[in-house]
Design a binder for this molecule. Structure first.
Ligand code: ATP
Ligand code: MG
Length: 393
């Protein structure tokens, strides 16, 4: 019986020198957490590879394969069969395990790697011999070493030999938790979930804040945002979403300030409140989904006004991306279909007809000073409710 397992390769953290073990342990912890939903697996590492080995027949290796692909820090996940380190055993396993992967393909190549240098054949010899084995069981196939439809891999490693043809790309990036914590301003739109995903990918733990404006925005709009947080959490891990009401602030803005400035003033309030929450929850930066020029409040001048409301860094990973590129990521991470559900956002109520695209900071501040900024922020902070999103892997 062929015994299947997964081999995970990691990227950048190989370069981490003295800290490498810290990153590797963190990756193993993330994998173990996800594995708990799929049965019993033994997860260990050796030679820059993490091994995920089912402990019994009930372990769901298909599910674990998909889950491992979403762990930041892993660049490739290979689905392999393990066998003894001799050519008879390797050939027998190739005959039994590999043909199913080759169905529908015309050309292949074999890539062999020998990290156990005591093995009697070198990589070229292994590749040639296994190529012959494959041709004998799948005579319709041809070898193409330059541009094959499929690559069969043979690895001779510390604990055994591994053969596979099911290598998938991993999520890349750095393990979540290895690079601090930041607070995502999460709307119901397409961009901000993508922004959260992109920063989490760099190893940052993401906490979120959502602003609502009940009764101008609905409970359904909030639920949509929590659904988005859930989708992002499949990559970023468990996430707290802090919900803050901006109703009073918006009503005060409408009463006392010039309409053309509503959006900008609101954005500054959001940033200020987010900065307070960031301090409270140990986050050292904010994350938004803004992209230069996408809407009036995202011109360079408008972003300058928004930025000057806070003194902590604001990460805007979508800043240079076209909408289409952001949409592509959102489809890949399964947030797109949620984002396009038509529910109102607090930014879309009371929107000015002629928003300022080239605002001057002083004029914005003159408007802002018509209100008691500090007490409105304090009151908004009192409306906070916290929703703990348990990651669904
Ligand atoms: P998105 O698709 O992310 O909603 P958008 O193009 O609609 O982006 P804006 O509405 O101008 O852009 O918002 C810009 C950014 O401000 C968002 O990406 C998000 O980070 C933040 N933001 C907007 N509305 C909210 C909200 N209701 N709660 C939390 N953050 C928000
Ligand atoms: Mg929005």
């Amino acid at each position: 019986m062929t015994k299947e397992m997964l081999l995970c390769k990691y990227g950048e953290i190989v370069l981490k020198g003295a800290n490498r073990k810290y990153f590797e342990d963190m990756l193993c912890r993330h994998l173990r957490k996800r594995a708990s939903s799929y049965g019993k697996f033994d997860i260990y590492r050796a030679q820059s590879t993490i091994y995920i080995e089912p402990e019994d027949m009930t372990a769901d290796i298909d599910g674990m394969f998909e889950a491992a692909k979403k762990v930041f820090g892993i660049v490739a996940v290979g689905r392999v069969a393990v066998c003894e380190k001799n050519m008879d055993s390797i050939s027998a396993t190739v005959r039994e395990y590999i043909p199913a992967f080759l169905a529908g393909h015309k050309t292949f190549k074999v890539e062999a790697k020998r990290s156990d240098k005591s093995f009697s054949l070198d990589s070229m010899q292994i590749a040639r011999e296994i190529g012959g084995v494959i041709l004998s069981v799948c005579p319709h196939l041809k070898v193409d070493v330059h541009d094959p439809d499929i690559t069969v891999k043979v690895e001779i490693r510390e604990f055994g030999a591994y053969v596979g043809a099911g290598q998938a790309k991993g999520a890349g990036g750095m393990p979540v938790g290895s690079n601090g914590r930041a607070l995502l301003l999460l709307s119901g739109g397409i961009d901000s979930p993508v922004a959260g995903y992109m920063i989490a990918k760099r190893g940052v733990t993401v906490e979120a804040v959502h602003f609502e404006s009940f009764p101008y925005t609905s409970i359904r709009a909030r639920e949509k945002v929590l659904d988005l947080a859930k989708a992002v959490s499949a990559y970023s891990g468990d996430m707290n979403v802090h919900v803050i009401s901006l109703t009073e602030i918006q009503e005060e803005l409408v009463k006392h300030c010039e309409e053309d400035y509503f959006t900008l003033l609101l954005r500054r309030y959001m940033m200020k409140i987010a900065e307070r929450l960031a301090t409270k929850y140990n986050c050292s930066a904010l994350i938004t989904g803004e992209s230069i020029g996408q809407v009036a409040s995202q011109t360079m001048a408008a972003l300058t006004v928004t930025d000057s409301a806070v003194s902590i860094p604001v990460f805007r990973p979508c800043i240079g991306m076209d909408k289409e590129e952001i949409v592509t990521v959102s489809r890949n991470i399964d947030t797109y279909d949620i984002s396009v559900q038509p529910f109102e956002d607090c930014c879309t109520v009371f929107t000015p007809k002629h928003p300022k695209t080239r605002p001057e900071l002083q004029k914005v501040l003159d408007q802002e000073n018509k209100l008691d900024f500090e007490s409105l922020i304090e009151k908004a902070l009192e409306t906070e409710t916290v929703h703990h999103i348990k990651a669904e892997y």
